[in-house]
Design a protein around this ligand. Structure first.
Ligand SMILES: Nc1ncnc2c1ncn2[C@@H]1O[C@H](COP(=O)(O)OP(=O)(O)OP(=O)(O)O)[C@@H](O)[C@H]1O
Length: 866
């Protein structure tokens, strides 16, 4: 075995197959040479044509084995779907040897894994340019994506490898060096490669190919010496050279020289092996003219490049697992801040977190830009590092749909991420306002604790009391500000309070959505409280206008900036900004579910999150207060109407104590209003400690049926009478305690009841155990009951469905903000200006609870509110 054969074997040991193929080819070549020896001179053609055809045939067969597919097939036979080999091709085709016009076989030379190739002409010769492009295509396409890297020098046109530009982004072939400085940088890189590859003994796990299409002007002998040095030491370290324009007469070590003649080329002996007959005197070379490979079709080049890029991207894709801590779950403390890996930049993990300096984040991206993916991945990174004693999460999304389900209990999987305290999906603006209100209240508690402790800072306070950091994420935040009304102003005021002081008390905000998130112009101080900006594709608006670093980002990447979106000089390294790639956590749902379950199993005492789903209907039957009442544990007589649009999912209750005005007026034209009255009666009946009297007056058209159902339902426990207007009047005049339930107090018959009678009942009934539960479809008759001093809250609590705020002013004697929406109602109970927006209980059979929260969560929420 020759030295170079040993070398080939040493490098190719894992690729024994390729090695065997190479040996086979060498034998085939030897045979060819023997044949060539007999042929003697190529032209004129020797007499024994028959022998030549036979040899060419055998060589073709041998080449098929030694250099199959991309390495040796004719370019016409190759398509983008031709698969790569499973390692480096040891031999590669440079053209077609044609000892006779019609006796042809592939001309192969050893390259990757063993040798180099030189050409005496450079790429200014179109044939050379074509061959270089063909060669590059063959070696890249034949090698598994990523196993081969290339560097190019093109001191001529600089355009020789233009078709390969897509490989630059995948890191396979950077744009070629076109001048001396560029070439020297490439040489330095190659020298480093050789030094590192040699030092590590095992060599690189990848191979580097350096292709010179043309030496740049001014190339010195010292540069050529460097190339020769690389040729000498390169193969051992996985570096190979293809040098075009290499001066004739100074053979490059370990290289096969190709000499370009007018009509054909000549291929010299590869190092250590001879094409010539054994014992022939060098220079022998392949005793046949060789027609160099021509330019490969541009489409083919483009398709192969696209395949490689795709495979590199797939192969280098991050997974959620890459963001998780190496040192196990919940090992980190949050006293000084939170930090997690959010992605990687150039193969290095990039951390981002919440500290006093980087307290709040803005995350922007257009739809389908991976916003949920980024947030989910970052939140799981945090949840894996910080246990529930260190971190509490509040999650809200204003857009329709089921968000954050990965963190919450579902019908299929009852586990949850234990740091999550509450989540609002398809959340109303009121939900977000309440959420900010809760955070503000917590902030005040922490401020107060600090004051009591003599002005201790957050980190010090934590030494003697549990104060987890809080991260509150609101996705699709711009929807909270789509109307600039009082609610929006309120919400912004709370947001500002939390953003301003939260940083010092471990309360952090992440606002996400499209565009600039609508929180003020560049000079708005609120914007300045969010120094961390994450721009996903289409999210440049959270960066400074002059900062275009997020332009053209692909999905799966983001610009992370910790200086309020500030840019910097183009191309300069910016300490405050990184372009990252982040994983798609939905890619592997099993992994995500497994992660959630592992966190859940470690949860200790943590209760499930309280979930508000804007699209779901709560059911009276599931309500914790109602269930307690049914079980004989009622707190006090009361009606229950629904669940508030708030973080705790409080049960919306109207207590029916002995105070004046403890009645319920339902106001609205729709079925919702009627249903509210029915629910009110049902819940009052359950909450009433003993048997009570219910007088039902179904005055409105169509109300006989619901009244009948109610009567049947209540009859078991209570005394029920169903009456007409006259009967109602009698009941109103009687002192007997009980509930007067009136469907349609605005029907003409009812409006003829003496107003004083009704007014007196509202004022004086409750102290004697008489309560009115009435339904009005228009506000005027109810407003007509008000005395000169107004103040409807002295008469009754008012629940409104589809009557807009403008029409309620006559009743409340002040501007009222209420815009009716399906599935929502508002309750005014007492002088509170704003009212409580709530989701009325649904009728059991129409319940559309897509995600019914776990009853335990429901209980907790109910108790919290009670
Ligand atoms: N890192 C990633 N790499 C590749 N694909 C991703 C990555 N992150 C998300 N995707 C894919 O992009 C699509 C959009 O992701 P995602 O749902 O997170 O976007 P979004 O911005 O939240 O969308 P929208 O707000 O419109 O619902 C999904 O199909 C997702 O699988």
């Amino acid at each position: 075995m020759s030295a170079s054969e040993r070398e080939v074997d040493a490098v190719a040991t894992p690729k024994a197959r390729a090695g065997r193929a190479a040996a086979l080819h060498r034998r085939a070549e030897a045979a060819a040479t023997a044949a060539a020896g007999i042929l003697d001179e190529i032209r004129p053609a020797p007499a024994d044509h028959h022998r030549q055809y036979e040899l060419a045939e055998r060589l073709r067969t041998a080449a098929d084995v030694a250099a199959p597919g991309w390495a040796g097939g004719s370019l016409e036979s190759l398509t983008a779907t031709t698969p790569p080999g499973d390692g480096l091709p040891p031999l590669v085709r440079v053209g077609t040897a044609a000892p006779l016009d019609d006796a042809r076989f592939p001309a192969l030379v050893p390259l990757l894994g063993s040798c180099h190739v030189t050409l005496d002409a450079d790429a200014s010769d179109a044939r050379v340019a074509g061959l270089l492009r063909a060669l590059l295509l063959r070696v890249f396409a034949a090698t598994p994506a990523g196993a081969l890297l290339a560097r190019a020098v093109d001191g001529g046109s600089g355009e020789t490898f233009a078709g390969y530009a897509p490989l630059a982004d995948a890191g396979l072939l950077p744009p070629p060096a076109t001048d001396l400085t560029g070439m020297r940088a490439v040489l330095a890189e190659a020298e480093q490669w050789v030094a590192a590859g040699t030092a590590r003994q095992r060599g690189h796990d990848r191979t580097l190919l350096l292709v010179v299409a043309a030496l740049p002007d001014g190339t010195t002998t010292a540069d050529l010496d460097r190339l020769a040095g690389l040729a000498e030491g390169g193969p051992r370290a996985g570096l190979h050279l293809v040098l075009a324009g290499w001066p004739d007469g100074s053979p490059l070590p370990r290289a096969t020289a190709v000499t370009v003649r007018t009509a054909y080329a000549l291929v010299a002996d590869p190092p250590g092996v001879g094409f010539g007959s054994p014992g022939a005197e060098p220079p022998g070379g392949l005793n046949s003219p060789v027609f160099l490979d021509e330019d490969p079709p541009a489409d083919l080049v483009a398709e192969v490049c696209a395949r490689l890029v795709r495979q590199i991207e797939d192969g280098s894709r991050l997974s959620l697992g890459d963001l998780l801590p190496a040192d196990g779950f919940w090992a980190a403390g949050s006293a000084d801040g939170l930090s997690t890996t959010v992605g990687d930049a150039a193969g290095r993990p990039v951390s981002l977190g919440f500290t006093e300096l980087t307290p709040h984040w803005l995350v922007s991206g257009r739809g389908q830009a991976g916003r949920s993916a980024f947030l989910t991945a970052a939140l799981f990174g945090l949840a894996a590092r910080y246990g529930p004693d260190e971190l509490v999460l509040y999650l809200a999304d204003l857009a329709d749909g089921e968000s954050f389900v990965e963190f919450l209990q579902t019908e299929r999987d009852r586990s949850w991420v234990p740091q999550v305290r509450a989540a609002g999906m398809a959340a109303d603006r009121e939900y977000v306002a309440d959420l900010f209100g809760e955070l503000e209240a917590e902030l005040r508690r922490r401020e107060e604790a600090s004051r009591r402790a003599g002005g201790q800072r957050y980190a010090e306070l934590r030494q003697h009391q549990p104060l987890p950091r809080i991260v509150c994420v609101v996705d699709n935040f711009p929807l909270a500000l789509r109307e600039r009304d009082r609610l929006a102003a309120d919400l912004l005021a709370r947001l500002d309070a939390v953003a301003r002081a939260g940083r010092s008390y471990g309360i952090h905000l992440v606002l996400a959505g499209e565009g600039d998130l609508g929180i003020g112009g560049p000079r708005d101080p609120l914007l300045g409280r969010f120094p961390v900006r994450v721009a996903l594709p289409g999210g440049s608006a959270v960066l400074e206008p002059a900062n275009d670093s997020a332009a053209g980002l692909p999905v799966g990447s983001a610009v992370v900036n910790t200086a309020g979106g500030l840019g910097g000089p183009r191309g300069a390294t910016r300490g405050h900004e990184r372009m990252i790639r982040f994983p798609d956590p939905y890619e592997d749902p099993d992994f995500l579910a497994g992660l959630r379950r592992r966190l859940w199993e470690a949860r200790g005492e943590s209760a499930p999150p309280v979930v508000f789903a804007g699209f779901a209907r709560p059911l009276l039957a599931n309500d914790p207060r109602h269930r307690a009442a049914l079980a004989g544990r009622a707190h006090a007589p009361a009606v229950l109407l629904g669940r508030a649009v708030d973080v705790r999912r409080s049960t919306v209750t109207v207590p029916l104590g002995p105070g004046a005005g403890r009645n319920l007026a339902v106001l609205g034209r729709d079925e919702e209003a009627e249903r509210l009255l029915v629910t009110a009666v049902r819940s009052a009946a359950a909450a009433h400690p003993a048997a009570a009297r219910f007088v039902l007056a179904p005055l409105a058209n169509g109300s006989a049926e619901p009244a009948g159902v109610l009567a049947a339902e209540l009859a078991g426990r209570h005394r029920v009478e169903t009456v007409d207007v006259a009967g109602l009047r009698t009941a109103m005049e009687s002192d007997e305690p009980g509930y007067l339930v009136v469907f349609g107090l605005d029907v003409p018959d009812a409006t003829e009841l003496p107003p004083d009678l009704l007014r007196t009942l509202l004022l004086e009934g409750p102290p004697t155990g008489r309560h009115l539960l009435g339904w009005w479809r228009t506000p005027a008759p109810l407003a007509g009951l008000l005395g000169p001093e107004g103040e409807v809250d002295k008469l009754t609590a008012v629940a409104v469905t589809d009557v807009p705020g403008g029409r309620l002013e006559q009743l409340f004697d002040r501007p009222v903000w209420w815009r009716p929406q399906p599935g929502r109602a508002v309750l005014w109970d007492g002088p509170d200006e704003q009212g409580t927006v709530f989701v009325p209980f649904g009728a059991a059979e129409t319940a559309t609870a897509r995600i019914e929260p776990d009853p335990r969560a429901t209980d907790r929420a109910g108790e919290g509110a009670a």
